[in-house]
Design a protein around this ligand. Structure first.
Ligand code: SF4
Length: 376
C-alpha cells in the first residue's frame, strides 16, 4: 500500500516563516538566482547569529535559515532588508516563485524575461502558494525536471517556447509577448482549477489545455554541469543541500568569488572564483554524496525520531544508486523514488527498495548498527 504524503499548501518565506522542531525556518528567495558577495557574507552572518549556522539550499533554489527564535524574527527581517534581500511587499514575496536558469549573463534574454516577470507580479491572479514559473531560456533547457508550473524555454533555433508543466508540447511566443502569455496562462489556470488542485500538471491530468498553447515540441533537456572548475568560477555541491555558513564565508574569501548563483540541484556557482580545495563542499562528479538525500531529521525536525545525515554520510559510499534517509514517512528531502530509502520510525528505520519514503517497507525496525554492518 502506498500512502501519499501530506503536503503543506503554502511555502514559508521571510515574512511568513514556518515553525519547525528547531525554531522558525526563514526562507530567502534570491532575485535572478544570484547573490552578490556582500549579500552572501551578510546572509552567512545572519545564519550564524540568529539561526543554526547553516544555509539550506532548496529544490526551488531558495536559501533557508533554520533554528530562528520567534523573538529574533524581526531582527532577521531587518538584516535581510539591509542586505537588499527582502521584498517591500509581503504579498509579492509570496508570488515571486521564479526558478531561473543559473548561467544567465547580464543583459541577455533570460535576465530581461525574469526582470519583466518580477515587475509584473501584481498582474498575476491569486495562485496556490507553491505555483511557480521557470525562466529557462538559456540556449538549452536545464530546469525541466525542477518544480515549476509555467515555463519559458528556448528551442534549438532560438525561438521562445511557452510550456505548461505536464503538457507534451507548447507554443512559440515572441519575446515582447512572452510575459503576457505567461500571465494569460496563469489566469487560465486560476479560472479552470478545481478544489485541491494546486499544480498545473495535476490540472492537465483532469482537463485539456487550450489548443492555442500546444503544438510545438520542446528541446531535449540538457544535463547540468558536474561540480568542479568552470570557465568563470567554481561550481560546487552542498551535501544534502546544506552549507555551513562559516565554511561558505571562508570559501568566498579563499576563492575571491564575486557572487553566488543558486540552483535547484543542491549546487551553486561561485562567479569569478579561483578553485581551491575544500572538504565542506562537493567538488568532484564522483562524490557519493551527490546521490544521497537526507532531511534535517532529529533533533532539527519535531516529526523525526532518528538522526539522518550522519547515517547517510556513512552509508552513501556503499549504496549502488540513490540513497534517501528520511526522518519520517513524509520524505521531504526527496519526492522521487530512490534505490534505497530508509525511513525513521520510533527510533529505528524501515527500509524501502526502489520506492518513496511513504511506500510500504520491505523491512522494518532496523537499527543504524544493522544498516552499517550490512546485516539487514
Ligand atoms: S521527512 Fe524529515 S524534515 Fe520532513 S517532516 Fe519528516 S522528519 Fe521532518
Amino acid at each position: 500500500m502506498t500512502i501519499a504524503p501530506s503536503v503543506k499548501g503554502w511555502c514559508p518565506g521571510a515574512y511568513r516563516p514556518m515553525m519547525s522542531g528547531d525554531g522558525l525556518v526563514v526562507r530567502v528567495r534570491p532575485r535572478l538566482a544570484r547573490l552578490g558577495r556582500d549579500q552572501v557574507l551578510g546572509l552567512c552572518a545572519v545564519a550564524q547569529e540568529f539561526g543554526n549556522g547553516f544555509l539550506d539550499l532548496t529544490n526551488r533554489a531558495n536559501l533557508q535559515i533554520r533554528g530562528v527564535r520567534e523573538e529574533d524574527h524581526e531582527a532577521v527581517l531587518e538584516a535581510l532588508n539591509t542586505l537588499g534581500l527582502l521584498d517591500a511587499d509581503p504579498a509579492l514575496e509570496g508570488r515571486r516563485n521564479i526558478l531561473m536558469t543559473p548561467f544567465w549573463r547580464a543583459g541577455n534574454l533570460s535576465q530581461d524575461l525574469a526582470s519583466e516577470l518580477m515587475s509584473r507580479l501584481g498582474e498575476l491572479p491569486e495562485l496556490p502558494a507553491k505555483f511557480g514559473f521557470a525562466i529557462d531560456t538559456a540556449p538549452v533547457p536545464l530546469l525541466r525536471n525542477d518544480p515549476a508550473d509555467i515555463r519559458l524555454e528556448r528551442l534549438a533555433d532560438g525561438q521562445i517556447l511557452l510550456l505548461a508543466d505536464g503538457a507534451g508540447t507548447g507554443r512559440v511566443v515572441e519575446q515582447e509577448a512572452a510575459i503576457d502569455a505567461v500571465i494569460e496562462l496563469a489566469r487560465w489556470f486560476a479560472a479552470s482549477t478545481r478544489t485541491g488542485v494546486r499544480r498545473m500538471h495535476r490540472l492537465l491530468d483532469l482537463i485539456d489545455l487550450p489548443s492555442a498553447n500546444l503544438g510545438t515540441a520542446p528541446a531535449p533537456v540538457a544535463a547540468h554541469p558536474d561540480p568542479g572548475p568552470l570557465a568563470d568560477g567554481y561550481f560546487l555541491g552542498a551535501p544534502f543541500g546544506q552549507m555551513d555558513a562559516a565554511a561558505l564565508t571562508q570559501l568566498m574569501t579563499d576563492t575571491g568569488a564575486t557572487a553566488l548563483r543558486v540552483t535547484p540541484w543542491r549546487m551553486f556557482w561561485l562567479e569569478g572564483a579561483t578553485p581551491v580545495p575544500t572538504t565542506d563542499f562537493i567538488t568532484t562528479a564522483g562524490d557519493h554524496l551527490l546521490h544521497a538525500n537526507a532531511c534535517a531529521g532529529a533533533p532539527g525536525c519535531s516529526s523525526a525520531s532518528v538522526s539522518t545525515r550522519d547515517l547517510a554520510r556513512l552509508l552513501a559510499p556503499n549504496v549502488a544508486g540513490s540513497l534517501h534517509v528520511s526522518g519520517c514517512s513524509k520524505g521531504c528531502a526527496h519526492s522521487r523514488p530512490a534505490a534505497l530509502t530508509l525511513v525513521g520510525r520510533d527510533g529505528r528505520f524501515d527500509l524501502v527498495r526502489n520506492g518513496h519514503a511513504w511506500d510500504e517497507p520491505d523491512q522494518k525496525g532496523l537499527s543504524p548498527e544493522q544498516l552499517l554492518s550490512g546485516t539487514q
